[in-house]
Unconditional design. Sequence first.
Length: 255
Amino acid sequence: MPNPPIDPALTAARLLALHQHGYMLLPGVLSAAQIAELRTAIDRLKPQHWDYSGLLDHYKCVFNREPLWLPYLDQPGVIELAEAALGADCHVVGQTAWRCHPGFVGAGLHLDYLVMELPPALLADPAFELPMQICTAHFYLDDIDLDLCPTLLIPGSHRAGRKPLTGESQWRGLPAQAVLCRAGDVLMFRSELWHAGSSNRTDRSRYLLQVHYGRRMVAQKFSPYLTWRFAPAVLAACTPRQRRLLGEHEEAEYD
């Protein structure tokens, strides 16, 4: 049965949150069956190229491993927000799977991508709307509490116009806040937002799927670059939208 259409008013409200706060938590995107499917699929993964294993298992470009991963490139509710934020011709610049084991220590406060530094006065002007270039969707496959690697973020920090300084832990006096959520929820955040990982203080492993969306002019980052090939079985299973997300665009100025 096809998914019901997403209310455009809901997408518009979520887009406003990305502009105002830099992030949006989408509740209940995945079903229990999808969560179980993804956890099992992550357990099957083997390291390739730049993947690594240890306290953190990190697997890149998982969409090219088997067709199972393709529907998670354009999940209802998520893809509408990505296209509203980045354009109807946006594409995927990465899809990675994570497994964070007990004892894992997360990354410090950082941002993912900043096109250029901008004057604070400009960014403080509420009439100025900072365009988005890349957004990331975190698909949580566990209930996240304070001890199980919650994502930390500083609301509004995408308007800092710079990356955090070494040792910096606040922006405008606001410290990083933990995103506590349920399995199946999705956190969408823009690449300029200051955020951090956190430690796994439990005896469980945290499972996570990431999808990075970029404007068409943002390069797709599929490693190993010079020898990259799409798996034929994956391409054969793609819908037209998924083929576009993987790079099958209409001709444009720089093609």
